[in-house]
Structures are given as structure tokens and as C-alpha cells.
Design a protein around this ligand. Structure first.
Ligand SMILES: Cc1cc2nc3c(=O)[nH]c(=O)nc-3n(C[C@H](O)[C@H](O)[C@H](O)COP(=O)(O)O)c2cc1C
Length: 193
């Protein structure tokens, strides 16, 4: 029986200090506050990281059980992904979907891990997603990552999605609420800001 829960937060924005990271920090702090002695949190940002695309060689399925592509930042996050008991992805909407760099990581972690993973205990995988509201797309991101969780044999919990802009750091000018794109009370949306 493990005595701590490892909660990995993945900030999937190419912007190191953007909205995704801000929301993720709040979520990780809240999770830690519930049980400080039990919950071990780690924030991993993909900003500046490179995940080369899957080249569909299928060697991960057929022979290796791991991805043969080397020389990028895949292995570091792959190992953290495996180690974690729970994962929160914090994802900006890019063109109604997930940013390409995260998609590259998920394609490769999906194919190389999925078949061997079922013998291990399930993880809980949650998603925070937000966009500018111009075209929205939060639901697509949420559904995509819930699908990823199910494919990995993991558990997707209720997901938080925000159509409003997250609260800016205090050094920013005060934010005027965007009433045109005000969040709805529809499932999972956030009306906190
Ligand atoms: C390439 C690109 C595509 C985007 N596509 C969408 C979109 O389809 N829908 C949306 O609501 N916002 C879209 N956005 C806006 C971002 O989701 C929004 O600015 C978000 O707050 C950025 O998060 P970050 O601060 O964590 O980087 C896009 C931004 C970029 C750079």
C-alpha cells in the first residue's frame, strides 16, 4: 500500500507563464491543501520542450514496448507519466483541439504504453482547458483527453473547462469581464471569473 499519491500536472501551453499554468497551479495547490501529507504534486511544463511526431514505425507494438525515437524530450515526461497516480492536463485550445506538441506526446505515449499498462493500477486523469472564446473548442479538448484517459485504461473524472479568461496575475492591469463570451452554466463550465 502506497503512503502518498503522486499528482502530476502537465501544463500543455508553449507559453511558460500563461493561463494554462496559472490554472494548473491553483488546482495543484487545492489538491495539496486537501491532504498535504498524502498528496505529492509536481508541475511539468511543456513550454520549450520538443516532442517529435510518431513516425508510425509500429515497433513499440511489435517488438520494443517503448518508443524508439530519441533525442527529444519525450522520455522525461513519459517516465513521469508512468510514475504518477493521477494526472491533470492543463491545455489551451488550439484550433478547436489540443496543441500539436501535446498531440505528438500523446500519440507516442498512447501507442507505446497502452498495451502494457493494463496490468498496472489505474490512474485518474483530469483536464483543465481554456481558450480565448473566439471559436471555443474547450469541449473538443475535454472529450479528446477523456478519450485518451479511457484508451489508457484510466479514469476520467468530472472536468473543469473555462470559456472565460483566467484571473491575471496581480501585476497585470485589471481584467474587464468579457460579457459577450460570458461562461454558461452548461456542464463543467466555470463562472468564477
Ligand atoms: C495557434 C492558436 C490557436 C488557437 N485556437 C483557439 C481556438 O480554436 N479556440 C479558442 O477559444 N482559443 C484559441 N486560441 C487561444 C488560446 O487558447 C488562448 O489564448 C489561451 O488562453 C492560451 O493559453 P495559454 O496562456 O496557456 O497559452 C488559440 C491560440 C493559438 C496560439
Amino acid at each position: 500500500m502506497k503512503d502518498t499519491i503522486k499528482l502530476l500536472g502537465i501544463s500543455a501551453s508553449p507559453r511558460e507563464h500563461g493561463n494554462s499554468r496559472f490554472l494548473l497551479e491553483v488546482a495543484l495547490e487545492a489538491a495539496s491543501a486537501v491532504a498535504p501529507d498524502l498528496v505529492e504534486t509536481e508541475l511539468h511544463s511543456v513550454a520549450g520542450k520538443i516532442f517529435d511526431p510518431c513516425d508510425a514505425c509500429d515497433m513499440c507494438h511489435d517488438e520494443l514496448g517503448y518508443c524508439k525515437i530519441t533525442g527529444d524530450d519525450f522520455d522525461e515526461l513519459h517516465d513521469k507519466w508512468i510514475e504518477a497516480d493521477a494526472i491533470i492536463y492543463s491545455v489551451p485550445v488550439f484550433h478547436m483541439g489540443v496543441p500539436g506538441n501535446l498531440k505528438n506526446f500523446l500519440d507516442r505515449v498512447g501507442n507505446s504504453v497502452v498495451e502494457g499498462f493494463y496490468s498496472k493500477p489505474w490512474k485518474v486523469i483530469g483536464t483543465i482547458t481554456q481558450g480565448s472564446g473566439i471559436a471555443t473548442g474547450q469541449e473538443q479538448v475535454m472529450m479528446y483527453l477523456n478519450g485518451h484517459a479511457v484508451m489508457m485504461g484510466c479514469i476520467p473524472p468530472t472536468t473543469l473547462t473555462s470559456r472565460c479568461r483566467p484571473r491575471p496575475p496581480t501585476s497585470w492591469p485589471p481584467q474587464v469581464p468579457n460579457t459577450r463570451w460570458a461562461p454558461t452554466k452548461a456542464a463543467g463550465t466555470c463562472s468564477a471569473w
